[in-house]
Design a protein around this ligand. Structure first.
Ligand SMILES: NC(=O)C1=CN([C@@H]2O[C@H](COP(=O)(O)OP(=O)(O)OC[C@H]3O[C@@H](n4cnc5c(N)ncnc54)[C@H](OP(=O)(O)O)[C@@H]3O)[C@@H](O)[C@H]2O)C=CC1
Ligand SMILES: O=C1CO[C@H](CO)[C@@H](O)[C@@H]1O
Length: 314
């Protein structure tokens, strides 16, 4: 099974290609390698600052005849400075222009907190305090729904929303979100959120499925998911890499995983996860590391009333 059917009937490839921290100059080749390796789902965002290069790679592969546009599932995300209803369509159009595409397959609200409109990704005042906006998230979501009506994106969704926030959207939506893209790996199982989303027919897209080992704020004392002894044991047993086990783990949870790599052999091997099955006991072991750690705390917003991770149980 390489795709999962979304609540609107579209097929969503269960392994996507992450592009955060994929540097300029390197990301073009990485996306080309990913498409050659079989990835059809590419995860992008305005704030990753590389959509123009991701688009260059996608269009090169379309021009080469390796893929058609309709074979691809391209995702981007609305950044928090553009939550005001009238900013939503221009923000999507900007991403489309950068990607040099006519439509997206999926557009997500990246983060459930609104900032003031700005050219800065994270606008602050002279005291360094974030300048929040006051657009209601439902107004933003309604503007997202209009993008589907306009044919600019096939589906819409959310990212980093907690249970209450997902429910607020599902109860009020005209067009249901197809996914909630959240951090998920054995150190952050997000089980309650996953179960809740499943009950609403919303697929979890697991970001940082490998534990984001190269995050810029990592410290030498951090526990490294890819080095967990039990994970290495399971990988050895299946003659697979630890990364392949972590990606397969997400698929067997019913999630979609979006690992990032700019290293050709890893790009290829991370997609080679459809020829083995983790046993129930492997799955249980991967959910029993006894260590809880969120990598993307986005703590700059921790005092905002809409900060999603305060009452979330991992
Ligand atoms: N919605 C949101 O708020 C967020 C979304 N995301 C999305 O999720 C994607 C994945 O998350 P990300 O933080 O990148 O973390 P990942 O868990 O995907 O880890 C990526 C890192 O792991 C390394 N790596 C990849 N494959 C292997 C392998 N087989 N063996 C060993 N190391 C490996 C990569 O190195 P190298 O590249 O050098 O090979 C890179 O440093 C992002 O790229 C982005 O698209 C991420 C964070 C937040
Ligand atoms: O996708 C993301 C990447 O990382 C950022 C933090 O550095 C987040 O703000 C964001 O959600």
């Amino acid at each position: 099974m390489t795709t999962i059917t979304l609540n609107n009937g579209k097929e969503f490839p269960v392994v996507g290609f992450g592009t955060l921290y994929a540097p300029s100059g390197v990301v073009i080749q990485a996306v080309k390698d990913a498409i050659d390796a079989g990835y059809r789902h590419i995860d992008c965002a305005h704030i990753y600052g590389n959509e123009h290069e991701v688009g260059e790679a996608i269009n090169a592969k379309i021009a080469e005849g390796i893929v058609k546009r309709e074979d691809l599932f391209i995702v981007s995300k609305l950044w928090s400075c553009f939550h005001e209803a009238k900013e939503v369509k221009p923000a999507l159009e900007h991403s489309l222009k950068q990607l040099n595409l006519d439509y997206l397959d999926l557009y997500l609200i990246h983060w459930p907190i609104c900032y003031q409109k700005s050219n800065e990704l994270c606008p602050t005042n002279e005291a360094g305090e974030i300048l929040y906006g006051n657009t209601d998230i439902l107004d933003t979501y309604r503007a997202m729904e209009e993008l589907v009506d306009a044919g600019l994106t096939k589906s819409i969704g959310i990212s980093n929303f907690n249970i209450k926030q997902v429910e607020h959207i599902t109860k009020n939506a005209r067009i249901q979100p197809v996914t909630n893209q959240v951090e998920c790996h054995p150190y952050l199982l997000n089980k309650k959120l996953s179960d809740f989303c499943k009950s609403k027919n919303i697929v979890i897209t697991a970001y940082a499925p490998l534990g984001s080992p190269a995050r810029p704020w990592a410290t030498p004392d951090d526990r490294i998911l890819l080095k967990e002894p039990k994970l290495l044991e399971i990988a050895e047993k299946h003659k697979k890499t630890p990364a392949q086990v972590l990606i397969r783990f997400q698929i067997q949870l019913g999630h979609v995983a979006i690992p990032k790599s700019v290293t050709k052999d890893r790009i290829i091997s991370n997609f080679d996860v459809f020829n083995f099955t983790l046993s129930d006991s492997d799955m249980n072991d991967l959910q029993s590391f006894g260590h809880v750690e969120r990598v993307f705390t986005i703590s700059r917003d921790k005092d905002h009333p809409n900060y999603p991770f305060n009452d979330e149980e991992a």
